[in-house]
Design a protein around this ligand. Structure first.
Ligand code: ZN
Length: 376
């Protein structure tokens, strides 16, 4: 009975100071607006959620010694009210393990079974990109079952090979493991960002490139740190940033001749930046140093009614669109120029990342230092 949970919660609160940990919070914290409104038991779940929210609001300043932690694999399904300030307002993303992480995890689970002489956990780690801790535990289990079924006393490398295939088949259904082709695209895409970022002004130092799937949306990522903490940027730097956003897409174009849907978020960011240059920062020569704000992103008055947005003539709106388009196209061309000029390096780093999954720090700086500007 779910309401028992709330009673339990109330009792725990009296025991403060304490830490309350709720695993699989999505079981009660699912968004109240999503489907299945009339299925049985749903009312109860909703009541429980409401009660949980009320209890959490009850932890005033005096109750700081009660800390509630919760875990979920489906943060996107949680009710928005749960994530507001004062409730679960801090979110910690626990990434899937990279190559060395997987090897370490395999070492732990590997101790629980009798491994044969030929077992190479490093090789198994290499082949299990995208696996989480539970998947690896499952893998060791499967391999042990296969050995037992064949009446062997120890688990052999070939058991792991077969178990990987079984587990991967299961994971692929949940689309969490990248195929070799997808991996390749992600690798070139991320290195594209990094190389353009290495040449263009305004983008910070690239600290890390990874093709280990992360979170819900990103298949790979390029971690860039700003060289200095600052908010002010000049026009050249913003243009550089836009080209860097487009670098992933440009690399896909050069290597594969087409673009995957993975690049759409980058395009959105690039366009947003270009639009801000024109409409907010007054960096357009055609439109001049005026702040034009366009609708769509306004606050709660955005749909008609009173608002302070400057009403744009059709002609001005068109001029803005043209300017934005020109900025993005120029940046795109610059990204292509840089990558074509450094094509060998693009290949080299991408191949390396396909082997290692992650390149970071000194090793990465040394590689990116070899990038050359096409305009010098
Ligand atoms: Zn990208």
């Amino acid at each position: 009975m779910l309401l028992e949970f709330v009673t339990y919660l109330k009792r725990q609160k009296k025991k403060a100071p304490c830490i309350i940990f709720i695993d699989e919070i999505d079981a009660i914290g699912k968004s109240r607006t999503s489907g299945n409104f009339h299925s049985g038991g749903n009312d109860e779940r909703e009541q429980t959620l409401n009660q949980l929210l009320t209890e959490m609001d009850g932890f005033g300043a005096g109750d700081l010694t009660v800390i509630i932690l919760a875990a979920t694999n489906r943060p996107e399904a949680l009710d928005a009210a749960l994530l507001r300030p004062g409730r679960f307002d801090r979110q910690v993303l626990v990434d899937r393990p990279d190559l060395s992480g997987r090897e370490a995890i395999l070492n732990i689970y590997g101790k629980k079974v009798k491994l044969g002489e030929d077992v190479d956990l490093h090789k198994i780690a290499v082949r299990t990109s995208g696996f989480g801790g539970a998947d690896l535990a499952n893998l060791v289990n499967e391999a042990a079952l296969l050995a037992a079924r064949n009446q062997r006393q120890t688990v052999a490398q070939k058991d792991f090979a077969e178990a990987i295939e079984r587990v991967v088949a299961g994971l692929e259904k949940r689309s969490r493991v990248l195929s070799d082709r997808e991996k390749k695209i992600v690798a070139y895409h991320e290195v594209g960002h990094a190389l353009v970022g290495a040449i263009m002004p305004g983008s910070g130092k690239v600290e890390k490139i990874s093709i280990v799937p992360r979170g819900m949306a990103a298949l790979g990522y390029t971690l860039q740190l700003p060289t200095e903490d600052r908010f002010l940027r000049n026009e050249q730097e913003i243009r550089g940033q836009i080209a860097t956003f487009l670098g992933g897409r440009a690399a896909e174009e050069i290597i594969f001749g087409n673009i995957t849907t993975g690049a759409s978020g980058d395009l959105q960011k690039a366009t947003d930046f270009a639009e801000q240059m024109v409409t907010t920062y007054g960096m357009s020569k055609v439109l001049g140093p005026l702040a034009y704000e366009r609708g769509g992103k306004g606050g709660f008055l955005a749909n008609g009614g009173v608002n302070s947005r400057r009403l744009l003539s059709e002609k001005t709106a068109e001029a803005i669109d043209n300017e934005v388009k020109e900025i993005v196209e120029k940046a795109h061309q610059e990204a292509l120029d840089i990558l074509n000029h450094n094509r060998d390096l693009l290949e080299k780093i991408s191949q390396q990342i396909l082997e290692q999954e992650v390149i970071e720090g000194e090793e990465l700086y040394n590689l990116l230092d070899q990038a050359r500007s096409p305009w010098e």
